[in-house]
Write a protein that binds this ligand. Structure first.
Ligand code: ATP
Length: 270
């Protein structure tokens, strides 16, 4: 199933939070690539707590491409971090493939993430004193595995960085640095790739190239891709768009146009 458990708001973009965020994910036995069930995440904020996610339930089909949108502070990064196992929900369940991340110890979660999940950050997060090749190899080395030179060469070719293996991050443009980050996220052949505004810091042409690279490699490797973006044009590349507001999924559109996305963003309070 490609859709989240939230009902489609295609015909009703101003769907209310209560309608759009049911508290159960579908339970029809079909395998989902990523499944969140009633995920709640709170952060202490000094006086009390911020409810970054209130009760989010979604189920993403293997091989699908989902864009996540919503106003600033609506919980997009928290959603991505919880789904990727970078952050632990306060309550609820996160299942990636057939593994319930919320049952794993911290060490097992780290190991699982290194092997099965790729993550691309807006700010690239490259290690400054390591070369392009070393940055790409890093997830394998951290996991005690040997780099596969042929695979690395294939990835660097796929992201258009062949010949730049020995450069340091400081010698790269923003678009090139993001390509290194993508190659690094893919080097472990993850089944799911999460990207948090990977094009946010780039001009629109470079952003489009980065998106093309992510989509092409996801297709080639049959990966599930989940991407946070503020840009409706970027989101139109996705199979579906999830809209968050105030820690809830408030809408869902299948293969929407820029106009439909904009209407939903306005309806959900951007
Ligand atoms: N580590 C943290 N500690 C405390 N509060 C946090 C933390 N991370 C997020 N929050 C709070 O949780 C809420 C959701 O934040 P989140 O970063 O998920 O939103 P977002 O939709 O990704 O925002 P943006 O588009 O601005 O990046 C916000 O109110 C934010 O201040």
């Amino acid at each position: 199933m490609n859709a989240p458990s939230a009902p489609s708001s295609q015909s009703s973009p101003s769907v209310s939070p209560a309608q759009a965020a049911p508290h159960t994910a579908p339970d029809d036995g079909s395998l989902t690539a990523v499944r969140l069930v009633q995920v709640r995440k709170t952060y202490p904020n000094g006086l009390g707590e911020t409810e970054a996610l209130r009760s989010v339930s979604v189920a993403l089909r293997p091989g699908s491409f989902t864009a996540v949108m919503g106003p600033s502070g609506s919980g997009k990064s928290t959603f991505l971090n919880c789904a990727a196992g970078l952050d632990v929900p306060t309550s609820g369940q996160v299942v990636v493939g057939d593994v319930d991340l919320t049952t794993l110890s911290a060490d097992d979660l780290t190991r699982f993430r290194r092997r099965r999940v790729g993550f691309v950050f807006q700010s690239y997060n490259l290690v400054r004193h390591l070369t392009v090749a070393e940055n790409v190899q890093l997830p394998l080395l951290l996991d005690g595995r040997r780099p596969d030179p042929a695979w690395q060469e294939h990835l660097l070719m796929a992201v258009g960085l062949q010949g730049m293996e020995d450069r340091l991050p400081g010698q790269l443009s923003g678009g090139q640095a993001q390509r290194v980050a993508i190659a690094r996220a893919l080097v472990t052949r993850p089944t799911v790739v999460f990207a948090d505004e990977p094009t946010g810091a780039l001009d629109s042409r470079t952003g489009q190239q980065i998106l093309d690279v992510l989509r092409a490699t996801a297709r080639e490797l049959d990966q599930t891709l989940v991407l946070v973006t503020h840009d409706p044009r970027v989101a139109t590349a996705a199979d579906q768009v999830l809209f968050l507001a105030d820690g809830n999924v408030v809408g869902h559109l299948e293969a929407p146009s820029v106009e439909q996305i904009t209407a939903q963003l306005v309806a959900s309070g951007r």
